[in-house]
Design a protein around this ligand. Structure first.
Ligand code: G4P
Length: 526
């Protein structure tokens, strides 16, 4: 039987992130095909809400249904156990993605070769950078016309603010796309547009092998040699430790739809991507190899059926072995808990598991005990850090429209916030409840769920705010003076912390200039 340490070493827990439409779902599916977790393409449903002008309720429900099924996809690939954590495609659920990134050990970023780095990718990369998460970049859709690969590399470097290093290189793109030279393995794969078949490999000794000329023609072979010479001259040597500390991103080229370049990506990924890393708790750093179990809740998924208000709490195992029916301490409440039906997600099937190891995700059925960020341990008082809330981008006051149901509304709001659907702030000036989100769709989700799950009705009152930022200072008098001066714009978050509501970028800059002793933070963890 494998030891815990062997189990840890063979685990790769990661997320694929991209701007919508770059090919995340397609790539995920192809990885699952290689892992034997699915047998036909098309089995993984896209969890994105199609971008219609108005999103309707069915879409939201569908999204919730699909995303629980695809929240975690575990499968074995060779000796490795791979856990892909799914992230919502729609950018209005970006906060959910940020949290998922706290539970992964590395990330694969998918970029569309025609579109380059898009807004959502830039934002998600910022979160990766904050945590020094190792990233591999997959430039997708080489079968379509797109931009020059060198230009894409420059853009990746400047927009994502990370040093890049190509590990594969395309021979032409679009209609003339012939294949990819794998710099990491020194091999050549020829492209045949076919959605199911894996590419054809040409055996070569090195880049000067005449077999390349025979396979792609002399002109393209000579261009490939020139390109590679340039790459060797311009880009640093690939260094795994720089990748692991998040300062260097290897880049692969391919076409997910054609299953091209995907196996090379996966083979390199399992070799270089990190196994579960130590995790920081407020008290100390926890090593995955420690025997006692520890884990934290990074996602809560509500049941679709409004008659059964149950949820699944997703727990990332950080250390030790998680066992079914063992007694674990829920640190926030101090309660001991036993889980009779924890589930894991293997090969697209959700089933009850008896044990799980660091890097694994277990789903725990819950009826409202858990909040995002909760820590579970074998007994030690630990609080995992690293589940920050980010300053929301849209704000609305929430108003009760059915005075008979104010209790239901209160409860609904509280539980939805515990689930991490949005953030609640209480304006200290007028006592009103302000909900902050990253997108319009979340307001619709909240209103819909309050009505259907809690029988409470609400109405939104738009408020024009630029940002909510957490403030602190080493100088208490300065802090009090600031709060007094800005009393109309002060709020507290769910944990009672001071938040400044800046109604414009200008006001915020002025406040930063006028109050140098105050620190303004754009995420709740500082
Ligand atoms: P996402 O999850 O990142 O949002 O992207 P998704 O995989 O759904 O891909 C977006 C669209 O791009 C899909 O087409 C998909 O088939 C296409 N696509 C993905 N990889 C490639 C590729 O390598 N080459 C080409 N040419 N297209 C690719 P769609 O028409 O929007 O959806 P569908 O109807 O095909 O599912």
């Amino acid at each position: 039987m494998a030891s815990i340490s062997d189990e840890i070493k063979r685990r790769r827990t990661f997320a694929i992130i991209s701007h919508p439409d770059a090919g995340k779902t397609t790539l995920t599916e192809k990885l699952l095909l290689f892992g034997g977790a699915i047998h036909i393409a098309g089995a993984v449903k896209s969890n994105k809400i199609k971008k219609t002008a108005t999103s309707d309720w069915m879409d939201i429900e569908k999204q919730r249904g699909i995303s629980v099924a695809t929240s975690v996809m575990g499968f074995n690939y060779g000796d490795y156990k791979i856990n892909i954590l799914d992230t919502p495609g729609h950018q209005d659920f970006a906060e959910d993605t940020y949290r998922t990134l706290t539970a992964v050990d590395s990330v694969i970023i998918v970029v569309d070769v025609a579109k380059g780095v898009e807004q959502q990718t830039r934002k998600l990369m910022e979160v990766c950078r904050m945590r020094n998460t190792p990233v591999i970049i997959f430039v997708n859709k080489l079968d379509r016309e797109g931009r020059d690969p060198f230009e894409i590399l420059d853009e990746l470097e400047s927009e994502l603010k990370i040093t890049v290093r190509p590990l594969s290189w395309p021979i032409n793109i679009g209609a003339k796309f012939k294949g990819v030279y794998n710099i990491y393995e020194h091999s050549l794969d020829l492209f045949t547009p076919n959605k199911q078949k894996v590419s054809e490999r040409v055996e070569i000794d090195d880049i000067n092998d005449k077999a390349i000329d025979e396979a792609v023609g002399e002109t393209d072979a000579s261009k490939l040699r020139d390109d590679l010479e340039l790459i060797e001259g311009v880009y640093p040597e690939f260094n795994v430790s720089e990748y692991l500390n998040g300062s260097l991103a290897p880049v692969f080229f391919g076409s997910a739809l054609n299953t091209f370049g995907v196996k090379e990506l996966l083979d390199c990924f399992v070799k270089i991507a990190p196994s579960p890393k130590p995790v920081n708790a407020e008290e100390r750093q926890i090593n995955p190899e420690e025997e006692p179990f520890t884990g934290f809740v990074f996602k809560i998924h509500a049941n679709m059926d409004p008659n059964h208000r149950s949820c699944i709490a997703f727990v990332k195992v950080c250390s030790g072995k998680f066992e079914r029916n063992a007694n674990y301490k829920h640190i926030r409440t101090g309660k001991m808990m036993r889980f009779a039906a924890p589930t894991a997600f293997m090969a697209q099937k959700k089933s009850i598991v008896d044990e799980a190891f660091p890097g694994d995700i277990v789903g725990i059925p819950d009826t409202g005990n858990f909040k995002i960020g909760d820590t579970l341990t074998s007994g030690e008082e630990l609080h995992f850090k690293g589940l920050p809330s980010f300053s929301p981008e849209m704000f609305k006051y929430i108003e009760n429209t059915d005075p008979m149901k104010s209790k239901q509304l209160e409860k609904g709001i509280q539980q939805l916030m515990d689930e991490g659907v949005a953030q609640l702030f209480i304006n200290q000036f007028n006592g009103r409840k302000l909900i902050g989100t990253v997108g319009q769709l979340q307001f619709e989700v909240i209103q819909y769920r309050l009505l259907h799950e809690y029988g409470a009705q609400c109405r939104w009152e738009p408020v024009s705010l630029h940002k909510a930022c957490w403030i602190e200072s080493d100088d208490n008098d300065a802090l009090e003076a600031f709060k007094k001066r800005k009393h109309q714009f002060m709020a507290i978050d769910r944990d009672g912390r001071d938040v400044f509501l800046a109604d414009s970028g200008y006001v915020l800059t002025m406040a930063q200039n006028d109050f140098p002793k105050i620190r303004f933070h754009f995420s709740s963890e500082f």
